[in-house]
Design a binder for this molecule. Structure first.
Ligand SMILES: Cc1ncc(COP(=O)(O)O)c(C=O)c1O
Length: 300
């Protein structure tokens, strides 16, 4: 039996008749968060719980990490609202806002990620209750979000004219930190230089962040002010050499639904790889997990 205090089952699996479900180990989550915290010293941990906490259950994970994380990172407004109902932490929306979401993001006090001056202008326009904190993202190589690196200084210098905007942080993302260490080091240096330029041009107390899991594990000098850890919190290291530091968080379980004896030479219609080439009847445990992950047959 799972230890209920430390293990939870995400809501969408909580149905007595489900054949397979996942159990999430809160202790393992906290262990992995501690691994991050031990590596990042005084920097703030932004726990990335986007995409339903990588499938582990947004609110369950965030609640388990409420003492470890200084702030949380979600994919979109919908996740931000769901999380806000459970916890008071600052919430950064890592994905781009849809135009129709801008007013609600502002009202909710979430931290949107901005990729252009125009986008910042939209937030400035809808602000009602004081300035809106933004994450100013710079594209230094990912090619996904952010102001292009070559325009970052120009755009950033225009932001103080937007009186309803407060710069919470400046950030970028590492696209190949688990594949190309040289590129990553060079990218980090470039980002470091840009941060200095922006700070010199627009003085303020805003923070800088770039490191995700691979960054926190292998490229943590310098750390900058916030570390956005995702996959390693869930027990998976993007770099194999650090895997031993982490504990698996999710256990996928299945009920045994049927036990069948399959005679020599017969095979199962649904799973042709359940082929019995031995002389004796093989006993196969038909579980529902196997519908999802085809692999070598279970045998008893
Ligand atoms: C902007 C941003 N930062 C950080 C992360 C966390 O990355 P990782 O799961 O590799 O730690 C993600 C995840 O995709 C992300 O989109």
């Amino acid at each position: 039996m799972p230890d209920r205090q430390n293990v939870y089952v995400p809501e969408y699996f909580m149905n007595e008749s489900y054949r397979c479900w996942a159990e999430i180990d809160r202790r393992a989550l906290r262990h992995n968060a501690k691994v991050v915290r031990d590596r990042i010293g005084a920097a703030e941990l932004l726990a990335v719980v986007k995409a339903n906490a990588y499938g582990h259950g947004l609110v369950g994970v965030a609640e388990a990490l409420e003492k470890d994380a200084k702030l949380f990172g979600v994919a979109n407004l919908e996740e931000a609202i769901q999380l806000r109902a459970a916890l008071p932490h600052p919430i950064m929306i890592l994905g781009p806002a849809l135009p129709q979401e801008i007013a609600t993001i502002a009202e909710g006090g979430f931290i949107p990620t901005i990729s252009s001056f125009e986008e910042a202008g939209e937030f400035n326009r809808v602000a009602r209750d004081g300035p809106i904190s933004i994450n100013f993202k710079i594209d230094t190589g990912m090619g996904r979000m952010g102001v292009p690196e070559s325009e970052a200084l120009d755009v950033f210098q225009k932001l103080p004219a937007l009186l309803n905007i407060k710069i919470h942080s400046i950030s970028t993302h590492l696209p190949v930190s688990n594949e190309d260490a040289n590129y990553t080091r060079e990218q980090l240096q470039r980002f470091g230089k840009i941060v200095k330029q922006l700070r010199a041009a627009v003085p303020g107390d805003f923070k800088a962040h770039v490191l995700q899991s691979a960054g926190a594990l292998a490229f943590s000098d310098p750390l900058f002010d916030i570390v956005r850890a995702g996959i390693m919190l869930y027990g998976i290291s993007p770099l194999l050499e650090f895997q031993k530091l982490l504990k698996p968080v999710m256990t996928w379980k299945t009920r045994i639904a049927l036990v069948r004896d399959i005679a020599e030479g017969k095979f199962h219609q649904l799973w042709p790889n359940l082929h019995n080439s031995s002389k004796d009847a093989d006993r196969h445990v038909i579980s529902w997990l196997r519908r999802w992950i085809p692999m070598a047959p279970f045998q008893s």
